[in-house]
Design a protein around this ligand. Structure first.
Ligand code: ATP
Length: 293
C-alpha cells in the first residue's frame, strides 16, 4: 500500500548539512509515486505552532520530520492525540530515534520507508506536563556533557571528544528521591536516565529491555563509579549487557516524581531544557503512530 498525502517538515539547519536539493528530490520521488505532498521549513521560531497551523491547512495523513532528534520530537508533539502518522527522514547530527527504528540515513531509503512502511504505535513519556520524550532523557553526566559540547568552540568530533573527557573527569554524584505509586526510594547517582528507547545515537545500549510499546518506561540509575571502572561500563554498554554492571540499576514504571536534592540540568531527546528541581514523568501508552521499516 502506498502512503499518501504527506507534509514534510524540513529543518534546513539540522546536521549542518546542505539541503538545497532535498525539495527537488522529494518532488521527483513523490510525483513518480503519485503522492500528494507539501513542504514546510522550520525557522527556529515558534515552529510548533506553525506546524500545527500547516497541518490544519493541508490536512495531511503523514507528517515527516526531516531533521535530527529535536525536529522529530517537535513534530511528534504536534501529532500527539491525533490520528496523524509520524515519518522520519534522519537528517540531523543526532538521529537516535531513527537508529532505534532502524531507519537508514540514506534519503532514498528513508523516503521509501515513509511511502511503503507500516505505522506502529509508540509510547511517549510526558515530562513536567510540557515536554515529551520518545527516546531518552536524563539528568547528570550526559546532560552536562551536552552543555559542555554546545559551549565548545570547535564542535565536530574533536569538540565532542573534549566535552566527553572533560565531563568524565568532572563527574559528580547527586541525590534523588524517586516516588512511584508503589514505593519511595532514594538513590545516589552520577546520571539518571528516563528511557522509552534503548540506545543513544552513539550505539551505547543503556536500556537493554526497552519495549517501545509496553506502556512502561525505565528509570536507569548510574551509581557513582570509580574512574578505573568507567571503561568496563562503557564496554558493557556497547558489547555486553549493562544490567550485569554493579553500577547500574533499572526500574520500570508507568509514572514517577523525581525530586533532585540540587537543581539539575534536564536533557530531553537531545535538547537541553534548563535546570529543574522536580521531574514529573508519565507514560502516554501508544500515543503516537510512527512509520517503521
Ligand atoms: N531555520 C532554522 N534556523 C536555525 N535553527 C533552527 C531552524 N529550524 C530549526 N532550528 C533548531 O534546530 C534544533 C533542532 O535540530 P535537530 O535536533 O533536528 O537537528 P540536529 O542537527 O541533530 O541538532 P543539533 O544542532 O542539536 O545537533 C532546534 O533547536 C530548533 O530550534
Amino acid at each position: 500500500m502506498k502512503n499518501n498525502h504527506i507534509l514534510f517538515v524540513i529543518n534546513p539547519k539540522s546536521g549542518g548539512n546542505d539541503k538545497t536539493g532535498l525539495d527537488k528530490f522529494i518532488d521527483k520521488v513523490c510525483k513518480k509515486q503519485e503522492v500528494d505532498f507539501k513542504l514546510f521549513y522550520t525557522t527556529g521560531e515558534n515552529d510548533l505552532e506553525k506546524i500545527k497551523k500547516s497541518i490544519s491547512e493541508h490536512s495531511p495523513k503523514i507528517v515527516v520530520a526531516c531533521g535530527g532528534d529535536g525536529t522529530v520530537n517537535m513534530v511528534a508533539k504536534a501529532l500527539l492525540n491525533t490520528d496523524l502518522i509520524l515519518g522520519i527522514m534522519p537528517l540531523g547530527s543526532a538521529n537516535g530515534m531513527a537508529s532505534e527504528f532502524e531507519i537508514p540515513e540514506d534519503e532514498e531509503d528513508s523516503l521509501d520507508i515513509i511511502l511503503t512502511g507500516e505505522a506502529k504505535a509508540l509510547d511517549v513519556v510526558q515530562i513536567n506536563n510540557e515536554h515529551i520524550s520518545l527516546h531518552l532523557s536524563d539528568v547528570g553526566f550526559n546532560a552536562k556533557m551536552i552543555k559542555e559540547f554546545e559551549e565548545e568552540q570547535g564542535r565536530g568530533k574533536l569538540g565532542y571528544a573534549k566535552a566527553f573527557f572533560r565531563s568524565i573527569l568532572n563527574r559528580e554524584s547527586e541525590t534523588y528521591t524517586i516516588k512511584t505509586d508503589q514505593e519511595n526510594f532514594e538513590v545516589t547517582a552520577e546520571m539518571l536516565v528516563f528511557a522509552n528507547a534503548s540506545s543513544y545515537g552513539t550505539g551505547a545500549v543503556i536500556n537493554p529491555d526497552s519495549d517501545l510499546n509496553d506502556g512502561l518506561f525505565e528509570v536507569i540509575v548510574f551509581k557513582p563509579i570509580p574512574l578505573s571502572d568507567f571503561p568496563s561500563l562503557t564496554f558493557e554498554s556497547f558489547f555486553g549487557d549493562i544490567k550485569d554492571s554493579p553500577y547500574v540499576e533499572i526500574h520500570q514504571m508507568e509514572s514517577a516524581t523525581i525530586i533532585c536534592k540540587e537543581q539539575q540540568l534536564l536533557q530531553v531527546d537531545g535538547e537541553l531544557m534548563g535546570e529543574v528541581e522536580e521531574i514529573e514523568l508519565k507514560v502516554l501508552p501508544a500515543a503516537l503512530k510512527v512509520i517503521r521499516p
